[in-house]
Structures are given as C-alpha cells and as structure tokens.
Ligand binder design. Structure first.
Ligand SMILES: Cc1cc2nc3c(=O)[nH]c(=O)nc-3n(C[C@H](O)[C@H](O)[C@H](O)COP(=O)(O)OP(=O)(O)OC[C@H]3O[C@@H](n4cnc5c(N)ncnc54)[C@H](O)[C@@H]3O)c2cc1C
Ligand SMILES: NC(=O)c1ccc[n+]([C@@H]2O[C@H](COP(=O)([O-])OP(=O)(O)OC[C@H]3O[C@@H](n4cnc5c(N)ncnc54)[C@H](OP(=O)(O)O)[C@@H]3O)[C@@H](O)[C@H]2O)c1
Length: 449
C-alpha cells in the first residue's frame, strides 16, 4: 500500500526525518515523502545560518544532499505553510505530517532603546551575511564598535565575522554585496557581553579558541571575571573554555588590527541613542547570582560606546496556524515527536522534529536522533491507520495554477551560484534576493519578490 508523508521544512531535521523514512523497513507499505519549504532552496540553517567561513561543514551538507537521491523523496519549494497550504489541506492529502520548521524569530532583551536603528538580532545579521532572501541589507558605515549580547555559539559567529581579516572571507559563499561591505567596514572593536560568568557560557571550546586566536586581534576580559570559580567543579568543556580565556590575559598582540572585549557578569539595561534614533551606546549593569542561582543586578552600571547592538540571546519558534503551540516553551507541544494539544491529547497523524520540537538548541547532528525518534513513532502509528483519500497537493495546486519549485529548480540555483562564483575566483557566490531567485527558476513573481 502506498502512503504519503509530508515534511514541512527542508532544514536538517526535515532532511534527517526524510532519510529515516526512506531507510525504514516497512513491509507492505510503500512510503513517499514530500519535503515542503517556503524557500526555493533546501537545507534551512545549514545554508542560511552556519557561518560561511566554516567551510568544513560541506561534508555534512553533502551527506544531507543525498536525501534527494531517493526517487521516493520530492522537494516542493516556495510553499509556505499557512500561506500556500493549510493544516487541513495537508491532513487530507497526506497520511502523516511532520512539522520541521525550526525557529524563525528571536528572543528580545526587553530593555529601553532595543528598537533603535542599529539594535537588531544576531539572527537578522546572520541572515544578511548568509544571503537569506528575507534579510535586510546591513550598512556598517561609520560603525567602529559593536556589542554582541549573549555568550553562545551564535554570538561567537557574529563576533568572528566582524573581527576577522576581511581578506579571509573571500573563501566563503557570501553574496558579493555582503563581501564588499565587510571588506570596507571600519569595525575595530567588538564587545561580547555575558550576563553570567565565563563558566556559564554555552559556547564550545573549538569555536571560542578560533575566535580569540584570530590574527591581529587583541583580547581583553573585564577584571574579576574568574573570581570564585573552582575548576574542580567544572566539566571538561567548561574547564577548557576557562583555560582558553585565561590564556588571552597574557597574550599581548602587537599593533592589533581589532579588539575583542569580554564583559562577563554584565547585563544590558539600556540601548543609548542619538537624536536621529541611531544607537550610540549601551548601558550594562554588573550582575551576581542570588541564593536561588538567578541572575540579579547589583545596581552598578557602566556604559560602552557602540554603534551597533546585536542580541544573540536565542532564536524563537513561531506558531503554525491551526497547530497547537506552547507560547512559554516556544515549541509545538509533543511527546517524543507526537503532537499533543494543551490538554495533552495526541493530534493524530501530526508530528514534529528539530528546533520546533525541542527548542532552538543543538547542533546539526543533534537533529538526527531527534528525527529518528519522531519517525519511529510515526511508523508505529501508520501501521494501523487507514490511507487518506483527499485530493493530493499536486491536484490542489494545479487547480489554483500554482507551481511549487522543484529540486531541479534548486539545482539551477546551485549551478548559477557556482558560475557566479567562478567569475570572481570564488567557489560559489550566493544569490540573495527573492526576485533574483524566482527569476532564475522561472517562477511567478509574487509578494515575496
Ligand atoms: C547562526 C547559527 C549557526 C549555526 N551553526 C552551526 C554549525 O556551525 N554547526 C552545527 O552543527 N550547527 C549549527 N547551528 C545549529 C543548526 O543550524 C540547527 O541545529 C539546525 O539547523 C536545526 O534544524 P531544523 O531543521 O530544526 O531548523 P532549520 O534549519 O531552521 O530549518 C527549518 C526549515 O523550515 C522552513 N520553514 C520555516 N517556516 C516554514 C513555513 N511556514 N512553511 C514552510 N517552510 C518553513 C525554513 O525555510 C527552513 O528551511 C547553527 C545555528 C544557528 C542559528
Ligand atoms: N559552530 C557551531 O557548532 C554553532 C554555531 C552557532 C550555533 N550553534 C548552536 O545553535 C544553538 C543556538 O545557539 P545560540 O547562541 O543562539 O544559543 P545559546 O547557546 O542558548 O546562547 C544564548 C546566550 O544568550 C544568553 N541570554 C539569553 N537571554 C539573555 C538576556 N535576556 N540577556 C542577556 N543574555 C541572554 C544566554 O545566557 P544564559 O546562559 O545566562 O541564559 C546565552 O549565553 C546552540 O545549540 C549552538 O551550539 C552551533
């Protein structure tokens, strides 16, 4: 018997789920999988989040690309859940639906001045340098000093892109306009702000080491950052982080090209701005932990002069129309991938995988076992379920005269990016605008372009 599965979101978790589905032994059941994405390009944050100077990630990309080698997997791009297709339409066309839409928004600091021009999320900054078609152009004219808030790997990524020698970015696949902006930027100082101590930071040692060892970058750390830390109590990663940071204190860089300043035990309390509402400073308050281990302000404040504030304090998922959503946890509520409503009732034939399932944490590999768990439950449930008989998505789209983009369209984009790169002696140059992407695949221009 033939069963159709829809996966909404062709990022790492959607692709891992598709791989698990086609690899599964399902005697008597022939499965086909439609991977549906709002973008004409698959791979989610692997294409638009992972730092473009981390070129070694290509092997992961190649492994994920193999998903499409199966003739039981199709890619349906430019199809946005909630806009081009509804939950009801999917549930009548597919035997099961996996939501794998990730986290497309971010958390806010909720402090005065946060919305001033120049105070944005790291997500928006990453989307810009990663060439995401939704991204707004970033202008760095007259910006000399930037603050990144948060001490996770995203903060490390954006800090590194800003202090790295721009010549070293030539090997990336950044859009040409981004590369040109970064080649001319005047940022010489990046402040990294952690609201707790260095031993609480979530960045990984490899990423930290890479950041603090960049050529020509002088690192400094506010005094007192290491007070009271007992290294015996720390796990291996944290102990290594502390060693890497302490080594910076004795490392004097002659004639530094840029400065990286770590402020631990400091939280942002106000973004300062000039009369034209552009950012010109950030007020930080010293912090400590209270008896319950919560971060509290000490009342002592200090200001740093910065023209950009990039908050890298976490991504946030958004609700999918008609699908249960836990606003507090920021996920679709689920039990091991089976979607449940607010009362805990299982929503039959609906599943989740990846960041929308467990929140915006974890590296690409984490999504593999996560997706496998979801798929196992889906297959268990599918066995005893009658097949759906509603109109297929292809029929619905044909009625509307709508053509989703295909994997062949993505291959055309891929080839065009490689060709564009060759002209400037680069391996690839990303094409970043909706209009350009849609034109390239002969798709109808719409509100997105
Ligand atoms: C800035 C950054 C850098 C990172 N760097 C690394 C790294 O170097 N190494 C590493 O291992 N991990 C890295 N990670 C983590 C990794 O990217 C995530 O673990 C992973 O991408 C999560 O996969 P996902 O499929 O759940 O979400 P996503 O990758 O976000 O994929 C979700 C997909 O759903 C689509 N979508 C969203 N809404 C809709 C809708 N309504 N309709 C249709 N489609 C929709 C999106 O277009 C996207 O393609 C990084 C994360 C970030 C934020
Ligand atoms: N190279 C890589 O492998 C790579 C690169 C990028 C991202 N990733 C992964 O992607 C995931 C997401 O990364 P992320 O950096 O977004 O998240 P993260 O690791 O959760 O880091 C978020 C940081 O923001 C801080 N924070 C949260 N709210 C704050 C507030 N209101 N004010 C000040 N600081 C605040 C947190 O501090 P507290 O701890 O005090 O809450 C933490 O330091 C992680 O799993 C990461 O490892 C991996």
């Amino acid at each position: 018997m033939h069963r159709r599965i829809a996966i909404i979101g062709a990022g790492p978790s959607g692709l891992f789920a598709a791989q698990a589905l086609v690899a599964a032994e399902t005697p008597g059941l022939e499965l086909s999988v439609d991977l549906i994405d709002r973008l004409p390009t698959p791979y989610g944050l692997l294409r638009y989040g992972v730092a473009p100077d981390h070129t070694s990630i290509k092997s992961v990309a190649n492994a994920l690309a193999r998903t499409f080698e199966s003739d039981r997997v199709r890619f349906l791009g430019t199809v946005e859940f909630g806009r081009d297709v509804t939950r009801e339409e999917l549930l009548s066309a597919y035997d099961a639906v996996i939501y794998a839409v990730g986290a497309s928004e971010d958390l806010r600091m909720d402090i005065p001045g946060e919305d001033m021009a120049g105070s944005i999320s790291a997500r928006e900054f990453v989307a810009w340098y990663g060439g995401h078609p939704d991204a707004r152009t970033q202008i760095l004219d007259r910006v000399t000093s930037v603050a990144t808030i948060g001490v996770g790997n995203v903060a490390v990524d954006v800090a590194r892109i800003l202090v790295k020698d721009p010549h070293d970015l030539h090997v990336t696949d950044m859009p040409q306009a981004v590369l040109d902006t970064l080649a001319e930027h005047t940022v010489t100082e990046v402040h990294v702000v952690g609201r707790r101590g260095p031993h609480h930071a979530s960045f990984t040692s490899k990423e930290l080491r890479e950041l603090v060892n960049l050529d020509g970058v002088q690192v400094s750390i506010d005094p007192g950052a290491f007070d009271g830390i007992d290294e015996e109590d720390l796990d291996r990663r944290t102990r290594t982080n502390i060693t890497v940071l302490q080594d910076c204190l004795t490392n004097e860089v002659p004639n530094p090209r840029a400065r990286l300043v770590f402020h631990f035990w400091a939280r942002p309390v106000e973004v300062l701005h000039a009369a034209d509402e552009s950012v010109n400073g950030l007020v930080l308050e010293r912090t400590r932990l209270d008896a319950d281990g919560r971060v509290v302000g000490t009342g002592t404040t200090f200001a740093i002069g910065v023209q950009r504030v990039l908050r890298a304090i976490g991504y946030r998922s958004v609700p999918l129309p008609g699908v249960p959503f836990d606003e507090r946890a920021g996920i679709v509520p689920n039990v091991e991938g089976r979607v449940v409503d607010a009362d805990g009732t299982v929503q039959h034939r609906e599943y989740v995988a990846g960041w929308i399932k467990r929140g915006p944490v974890g590296v690409i590999g984490t999504n593999k076992s996560d997706a496998a768990e979801t798929v196992q439950h889906l297959l268990d449930d599918l066995a005893g379920q009658p097949a759906v008989e509603g109109p297929t998505l292809d029929e619905r789209f044909a009625d509307r005269g709508f053509r989703p983009s295909t994997f062949a369209d993505w291959q055309a984009i891929d080839a065009a990016e490689i060709a564009l790169g060759e002209r400037r002696d680069r391996e690839r140059t990303k094409i970043e605008g909706w209009r350009e992407l849609l034109e390239l695949i002969g798709a109808e221009q719409d509100a997105r372009a």
